[in-house]
Design a binder for this molecule. Structure first.
Ligand code: GLN
Length: 490
């Protein structure tokens, strides 16, 4: 078996059979990171020592027969989850030397389940971007074509999974940052329902939208990882206090894809299949729809009339929240401080203007503007109302169908530099993912084809609140009868 392409499920089986040790597996990935990270730039920080120590503990746990399905699995962590004692930069100069004094709930849970943290992955600065080009640590290369972006903002995690520099990775998704890079890098990514996974210890971008999720080589792996991440957390007041479903168990049980799909009603929102959609993506989606129909699902057209308002609404709400969240970086309590400030105001101003990159500053300015008195009603309050209408649209659609099927992104991976100077063009990359965050819904992106340049194409399944299990079941069924997810750039 090629360990670089191993799934979490396969790795867990090998570890549990003691056919391979966690230390061997960890060493394998550390060597691959050494060999390929200089080109791909997927990791900002590699923690070889910490990973090997975790792996030794995992092996001891396996030997004692106390292992979980995640014990000993090498994981890549997006560099905005606080990891105690391990540098957490958010890909910003502002936090380039920040060593958190505490651990995020998600990484704590996964470490307690025995996972091995290989290091922290590259991303857009403060998760603001769709291409990973806003990182202070430089762009990430798409493993399928090094002249292209891997998607963003969780681009380092996506590239690390696609290129075999980890078994699985963590991402976060505020407007598409798990799903869009998953689609553009040919992997599987799940954004859970808002509140399903704790945000405690995740560096905040837009708190009413941010949500962590798994980025993996298969839907089954996403279920395994989500199982370890999800659940109520008293440390996050927006975390949902409701039992976590048995995601993994629900996938197994010898049910065939046909049996699962029979009678399933899939809605195809007509607003997602318009002019902006590239021909190759359209064609791949068409084929996926046919595939679902062959399996017995009923596909029907539905309408989400407010779709067109997603981008303007998001780009009021997300920057508004960001401007507030990022006010804490003042050069005093956290992160970067300018040299020799003349006085307090000079220190605030210069620390922030030197510490933040251009996209972050753009968001802070936008956010401050829409929240300022005189504009608050015209922009922010209005956007909140539209947000409600967008959620209502989904709610209505779910009275007719069980889930929705859409493209994840309007096109395949674009070239590094292609959209960097045009923020509006860049913002349109998330036209199909942003609505889902505004409505707080769960959504899964999984591979469904390739274009003529051999670049991966992703499709998105959107579900009702807390219906992660049904998305995972349907996605898993699709992967049982297709092999798009098994293709690899290696
Ligand atoms: N690309 C979107 C943005 O720039 C979404 C980012 C994200 O989901 N973190 O805001």
């Amino acid at each position: 078996m090629d360990l670089a392409r191993i799934t979490l499920k396969q790795a867990a089986d090998l570890l549990h059979r003691r056919a391979l040790s966690a230390v061997e597996l960890t060493q394998f990935f550390l060597e691959r990171i050494n060999a390929h990270n200089p080109t791909l730039n997927a990791y900002i920080t590699v923690d070889a020592e910490g990973a090997l120590a975790d792996a030794r503990q995992a092996d001891a746990c396996l030997a004692r027969g106390e292992a979980t399905p995640l014990t000993g699995i090498p994981l890549a962590v997006k560099d905005l989850f606080c990891t105690k004692g391990l540098r957490t930069t958010c890909a910003s100069r502002m936090l380039a030397d920040f060593i958190p004094p505490y651990e995020s709930t998600v990484t704590r849970r996964l470490r307690e389940a025995g996972m091995v943290v290989l290091g922290k992955t590259n991303m857009d600065e403060f998760a603001m971007g769709s291409s990973n080009e806003t990182s202070y640590f430089g762009p990430v290369k798409n493993p399928w074509d090094h002249s292209r972006i891997p998607g963003g903002s969780s681009g380092g995690s996506a590239a690390a999974v696609a290129a075999g520099l980890c078994v699985a990775a963590l991402g976060t998704d505020t407007g598409g940052s798990i799903r869009q890079p998953a689609a553009l890098s040919g992997i599987t990514g799940l954004k859970p329902t808002y509140g399903r996974v704790s945000r405690y210890g995740m560096i905040a971008f837009a708190s009413s939208l941010d949500q962590a999720g798994p980025m993996t080589r298969s839907v089954e792996d996403a279920a395994l990882l989500l199982q370890g991440m999800a659940g109520h957390d008293p440390l996050d007041s927006t975390s949902i206090d409701q039992a976590v479903e048995e995601y993994v168990e629900q996938l197994s049980g010898g049910v065939s894809a046909q049996e699962r799909m029979r009678g399933l009603r899939i809605g195809i929102p007509k607003e997602y299949f318009t002019d902006g959609l590239s021909e190759s993506v359209h064609k791949a989606l068409q084929e996926a729809i046919e595939r679902f129909q062959e399996l017995g699902a009923q596909c029907q057209s539905v309408s989400l009339p407010t779709t067109a308002y997603a981008i303007p609404t998001y780009y009021i709400i997300a920057p508004a929240e960001a401007s507030s969240n990022l006010a804490r970086y003042d050069g005093i309590r956290f992160g970067y401080r300018c040299e020799q400030p003349e006085d307090l105001l000079d220190m605030f101003a210069r620390s922030r203007s030197e510490g933040f990159g251009a996209e972050v500053k753009r968001r802070i300015m936008l956010g401050t503007y829409v929240l300022s008195s005189g504009y608050y009603d015209a922009y922010y309050r209005q956007a909140q109302k539209v947000r409600r209408l967008i959620a209502d649209d989904f709610h209505n659609a779910f009275t007719q169908v069980d889930l929705l099927l859409t493209p994840t992104a309007p096109e395949t991976a674009f070239r590094i530099g292609e959209k960097k100077e045009d923020p509006v063009k860049m913002y349109l990359s998330d036209i199909f993912t942003i609505n889902v965050n505004l409505a707080g819904l769960p959504a899964l992106s999984l591979p469904c084809g390739f274009d003529a340049q051999n670049l991966p194409i992703g499709m998105q399944l959107i579900g009702r609140p807390l219906q992660e299990s049904s998305l995972l079941r349907v996605g898993h069924s699709f992967q049982q009868v297709t092999d798009w997810h098994q293709r690899s750039p290696l």
